[in-house]
Design a protein around this ligand. Structure first.
Ligand SMILES: [Zn+2]
Length: 261
């Protein structure tokens, strides 16, 4: 593996709110220690379709997850299966949709809630804590997905004191953890599946629903080469770009050109 990667998906954190509220992340962009691009989510700008696009590099029209009502493991190659095929270790702390799409369907609480099994695509999985998995298994690819902001946004609207406070809490945690993960040799990417409107909706085409932040903390030993900071990165570029950065062959099904070296 050329680089190990931690991908954080902060569900529902659109570009404009990230830039207003995530002071630690923005501070590192200002100091030059992180890169920031604007990304654009696929359509529909809905969680399940976006999770599938981030990991397969395909649009919902191609991978077939067109709503949160989808159930069933996807047939296309994804980041987990590609890393495992290359002999790497995978881990996730995430919503059960990720298990359903990339591990086994239907999601079975007894079988799938906590996983430590090298024969499965997502070899180490949990739903409550992320730090132990990284310390114990040193996975090559680790996905952390948090639903909190999306849930609060749907309840209170994204333009709310509840979102302000939760962003502050998450940003503080990231301020603590990102330097530690970098010390362990990881690239850390912080992004979102989609944004959300001030009154708590997404799914459509508005910029506030589709524009997402992509913060990239490269391993200082191996700085990243990427496009101009003004280029908008399509969400389907994430999977091939992450695999290229890891030094893993990009599956043929991932047609969007990778953006990072
Ligand atoms: Zn979502």
């Amino acid at each position: 593996m050329k680089n190990k990667v931690i991908l954080l998906i902060l569900d529902g954190l659109g570009y404009s709110y990230a830039r207003k509220l995530m002071g630690n992340l923005e501070g590192w962009v200002d100091s030059g220690e992180a890169s920031l691009w604007k990304g654009q989510s696929v359509l529909p700008s809905v969680s399940g379709p976006c999770y599938a696009s981030i990991h397969t590099g395909l649009t919902p029209q191609d991978h077939g997850v067109t709503s949160n009502y989808h159930q069933g493991k996807l047939e296309d190659a994804d980041i987990f299966s590609a890393v495992k095929a290359a002999g790497g270790t995978t881990a996730a702390v995430a919503h059960s949709f990720f298990s359903d799409y990339f591990q086994a369907s239907p999601f079975d609480h007894l079988r799938d809630m906590e996983v430590d099994d090298a024969s499965r695509p997502i070899q180490h999985a949990r739903f409550y804590t992320m730090t132990l998995l990284i310390q114990r298994h040193q996975p090559d690819y680790f996905l952390f997905h948090s639903s909190t902001l999306d849930s609060l946004g749907h309840h209170y609207g994204f333009d709310s004191i509840e979102i302000d406070k939760n962003c502050y809490t998450i940003d503080a945690a990231l301020g603590d953890f990102i330097p530690r993960w970098q010390e362990q040799g990881y690239d850390v990417i912080v992004t979102a599946d989609h944004g959300q409107s001030a009154r708590g909706h997404h799914g459509g085409t508005e910029a506030i629903m589709r524009d997402i932040p992509i913060y990239y903390f490269a391993n200082p030993q191996n700085p990243i080469q990427g496009p101009s900071q003004h280029q908008v990165i399509d969400q389907t570029a994430l999977a091939p770009s992450i695999l290229q950065r890891m030094g893993i062959a990009i599956p043929e099904s991932m047609q969007t050109a990778p953006v990072w070296i």
